[in-house]
Design a protein around this ligand. Sequence first.
Ligand code: GLV
Ligand code: GLV
Length: 328
Amino acid sequence: MSHPLLYLTRLLPEPVMTALRKRYTLVSEPAEDHLPTDEDRRKGFAQADAVICTLTDPVTDALLATAPRLKIVANYAVGYNNIDVAAATRRGIMVTNTPDVLTNATADLTWALMLAVARRVVEGDRWIRSGSWPGWAPTQMLGTDVSGRTLGIIGMGRIGRAVARRAAGFDMRVLYTSRHRLPHSVLYAGWEQASLQKVIERSDFLSLHVPLTESTRHLIGAQELAAMKPTAILLNTARGPVVDEAALLGALQQGTIAGAGLDVYEREPKIQAGLEQLSNVVLLPHLGSATQETRIKMGLICLENIEAVLAGKAPLNPVGQHSRSADD
Ligand code: GLV
Ligand code: GLV
């Protein structure tokens, strides 16, 4: 019996590649450093029974229209703003994502950014490497406390909650916004739900964990930045366009806020010019889920979803009208 045809837009880590080659025939060989072009994607979609794509692959209605055999698009990410889910649903094509498996890795990275900005970790490392550190001094490179401060979480889905849980170890107060009323079982005592405005105004660290949708695009713009404390630090490990990056640059230059830690950008891989000049900003190359363990689990989840759909069963992680919740 011949294997179903799988189009994989990017090379995935081992052992995912080995696992998928056992069950599927690849319509083309992904290469590690090759970003697929629109034409590559059209060719791939035209032949495939199933697709594994990533957040850098736009999956439009026009592309789906070229895919007569396609049953499932498995996004190798939790965010699926790169996919026209309504168009896929209309065409009877299932869309799935990879929640849960990347929650802890992304929450950990959010904390890495928080601590790095507050305690000037990257700046300090650069100083040592420059060879010009004169030795310890009482007034040298003073940062700001993390412990005991107020952490604001915008979007209290899985990742937002995982970031909030870690705050318990730092004796922080947690304020959050959520579109949903969350069950008590997922909340810690002392976490306080508040309006977006209140969370923005009161947080010392403001961390974004909403999906990118039309209503969250530029959720944080000039007005919101102006409403933050001048001592506050903004963290974005969600999606770049949730923040108006030009407004953020202005706010950082003018001292409207004290700093920022960014893992995602409005026009990846382009970065707003000027950000790289600022020492109160830590810039990471979209590493939220980038651990060996997590990237392997993400691949295996994609395979499970594909296997279910091609067998005519319901997938584990449907998104769009099939899904129950998508706060992160
Ligand atoms: C990463 O950004 C993801 O959405 O999984
Ligand atoms: C959303 O993703 C949730 O787990 O509440």
